[in-house]
Design a protein around this ligand. Structure first.
Ligand code: BES
Ligand code: ZN
Length: 650
């Protein structure tokens, strides 16, 4: 049976008292909600018999069912127990709500959840209905509420394969003796562990009571314990309003070590010392960031080093960055990732993209900011190398996207209707986004640009913003005052990289390229005359990337014998080396590469390595044989990607 849809033409006056950004007003005016629990019968409603998938039409956030413009969560309280045996979270979430429009249906997002019952204030049970299942968006959860309802409590449990959750067996951890759990909410996965209004367009505070086996510690994107609780009971508070993709939980055999007065690290005991060494500069990073763009608003800044199956490099969960252990290179050479996640404390967490089509507002600003932090701390020569590495990747990706099915994905403003937001999360948002800001900086000069960025963060803190909001703000606060006719539209709504982009150069990389060009003809690797101690990780990466196409496999053996890339312990260098080796038919890496692929679940590495393998029949066979053993160690985010590359049917 088709649900009945009601197009709500909300009256503007209803919203005038609200501190909504323009974007939400648009949602309010165009929002479409369905009322399946007898609610929402408003005189202004126009009934339609639109098909189920037309629910997206006109709704600003294409990736959420929630009717946040009418009724929204302001705070949520989680009460969950973590059951490692059955791989379930079981308990409840209580939503404190603001029924702005006085509607009778509140719509949440849910995915792979079992809903037991729903109660309103004072435990009064109410009716609810789950909508049609969509693999990406899950099901809408419509709850009957009253105009005066203040809270909605949902009793539920997750599924063992809820995508936001990765349950690790002891064998997959550093200590090998205790299980581990972590969550990953961004972009649309929070609904797979919490029934909530899963749109970045709404901000909420949260609290939580989490019960775990008593030998483990729980931490969240909130105020955190530094010691284990003997009963395994933990209470958390996040008193700043955040979008719900930033609610995060990790449970494991964790220890805490302080880095500075407001910074510290959580890791398994055997990883603590290494982590403390690697992140020694974090306090300085915060000081530099504050000097650039204003006070750090979140109190503490801690980092949790997760097991290697974490599918990302880092995730900017507020107060507690989640990080891959693959940045523990032992020489602090990969810490720009921490600068990146820290920068999100401003861009992303303080000022948030309103929808996933505006993702570049989160990531482009963050890459720009990250680069400024790295420049201030380690000098321009170093930050140029870091950005060049990203820039090279972006140029390749830009080209590939332009030749593919969705060339519009090279625009900063995306249109991801009907698609997984993950699909749009390419280097375009990150690097073209940052390049746009660098080019603007060049246009008006650094001094004025920094004043602008400062006021951008200040004027929008704890708010969400669409690209269109940003364009207006940019025009009024930077371009008009400077009489600039900058080609903003081309940058944001055009494909590819505009011609006026600043030139990205690195002198040190130019020198490295010259050395790489000698490889095809070299008699031995010493003859390249490389001063090994003087080269940075990024120079080695560039060196490997620039190996000329005509280089024969035997030269790879010479290089590996001399420099030991294949098991050097630096994940970035190893990944580059495996990709180049596969391309050139050097199989001396196979044992180490297999080891790497079985242990590391970071998608950024898996994707290019398996892609390169899949290019030949022999490589594909090898890739599949390794994947057979490795897949069980990967997070859903990663194995979904690799399944596709290898044509894997599970
Ligand atoms: N917020 C992202 C991670 C993310 C993006 C998760 C999209 C889910 C969907 C995080 O800040 C990030 O960008 N991480 C990068 C590292 C960074 C240094 C470019 C990563 O994980 O590789
Ligand atoms: Zn990021």
């Amino acid at each position: 049976m088709q649900p009945i849809f009601h197009v709500i033409f909300a009256q503007q006056e209803n919203f005038e008292h609200m501190k909504y950004s323009k974007s939400l007003l648009v949602t309010a005016v165009l929002g479409i909600a369905f009322s399946s629990c007898g609610g929402g019968e408003n005189d202004d409603n126009i009934e339609t018999d639109a098909p189920a998938d037309s629910i997206e039409i006109g709704v600003l956030d294409q990736h959420s069912h929630a009717n946040v413009a009418e009724v929204k969560t302001t705070h949520l309280h989680l009460d969950l127990s973590v059951d490692f045996e059955s791989k379930l979270l079981v308990g409840s979430v209580r939503h404190s709500i603001d029924n702005i429009a006085g509607v009778e249906t509140m719509i949440f997002d849910s995915h792979s959840l079992t809903i037991e019952k729903v109660e309103l204030d004072n435990g009064v049970e109410t009716t609810f209905e789950l909508g049609n299942y969509d693999e990406l968006l899950g099901k809408s959860l419509s709850v009957a509420v009253l105009p005066e309802t203040e809270s909605v409590t949902i009793y539920y449990s997750t599924a063992p394969d809820s995508k936001a959750l990765q349950w690790l067996a002891p064998q997959q951890t550093a200590g090998k003796s205790e299980p581990y759990l972590f969550t990953q909410g961004e972009a649309v996965l929070t609904r797979t562990w919490i029934p909530c209004q899963d749109t970045p367009g709404n901000r909420i505070t949260y609290s939580a009571d989490i019960t775990v086996p008593n030998q483990l510690m729980a931490v969240m994107s909130a105020d955190n314990p530094t010691e284990k609780d003997s009963e395994g009971k933990y209470h958390f508070e996040m008193d700043k309003p955040i979008p719900c993709y930033l609610i995060a939980l990790a449970v494991g055999d964790l220890e805490f070590a302080a880095l500075g007065s407001r910074t510290g690290v959580y890791a398994e005991p055997s990883m603590i010392e290494k982590s403390v060494y690697e992140f020694a500069d974090v306090e300085k990073m915060i000081e530099v960031a504050e000097g650039l763009y204003g006070e750090y608003k979140w109190g503490r800044y801690d980092i949790i080093v997760l097991p290697p199956s974490f599918p990302f490099g880092g995730m900017e969960n507020p107060k507690l960055t989640f990080a891959t252990p693959t940045i523990l290179a032992g020489d602090r050479s990969l810490v720009s990732l921490i600068a990146h996640e820290l920068a999100h404390s401003w861009s992303g967490n303080l000022v948030t993209n309103a929808t996933w089509d505006d993702f570049w507002l989160n990531e482009g600003f963050t890459v720009y900011f990250e680069n400024r932090i790295m420049e201030a701390l380690y000098g321009k020569e170093h930050s140029d190398m870091l950005f060049s590495i990203e820039y090279e990747e972006m140029l390749n990706e830009n080209k590939a996207i332009l030749e593919g099915e969705y060339p519009d994905d090279t625009k900063l403003k995306l249109d991801l209707v009907g698609r997984d937001p993950d699909d749009g999360m390419s280097a375009i948002a990150y690097v073209k986004g940052a390049l746009f800001l660098m080019t603007l900086e060049e246009e008006v000069g650094r001094e004025k640009f920094d004043v602008f960025i400062n006021s951008y963060f200040g004027d929008h803190e704890f708010q969400t913003l669409t690209t269109e909001d940003f364009v207006v703000y940019l025009d009024e606060n930077l371009l008009k005052p400077n009489a600039s006719d900058f080609n903003v539209d081309e940058w944001i709504y055009g494909q590819g990289i505009p011609e006026n982009a600043v030139q990205i150069e690195s002198n040190r990389f130019d020198l490295v390229t010259e050395v790489s060009l000698l490889i095809p003809e070299m008699a031995n690797a010493q003859s390249l005359g490389i001063d090994e101690a003087a080269w940075t990780t990024q120079e080695w990466m560039h060196f490997i990337r620039q190996i000329p196409a005509e280089t024969a496999a035997d030269k790879f053996l010479l290089l590996d014998t001399e420099f030991g890339f294949k098991n050097c312990g630096n994940s970035e260098i190893m990944a580059e080396w495996y990709i180049a080796s596969i391309k050139h038919g050097y199989d001396g890496i196979n044992v180490d590469m297999e080891n790497f692929l079985i242990n590391v679940g970071r998608r950024k590495f898996l994707e290019p390595i398996y892609t390169e393998l899949a290019k030949s029949d022999e490589g594909l066979d090898l890739g599949r044989a390794i994947y057979e053993k490795a897949r069980r160690n990967y997070h859903a985010i990663s194995f979904n990607t690799v399944d596709e590359i290898l044509g894997w049917e599970s």
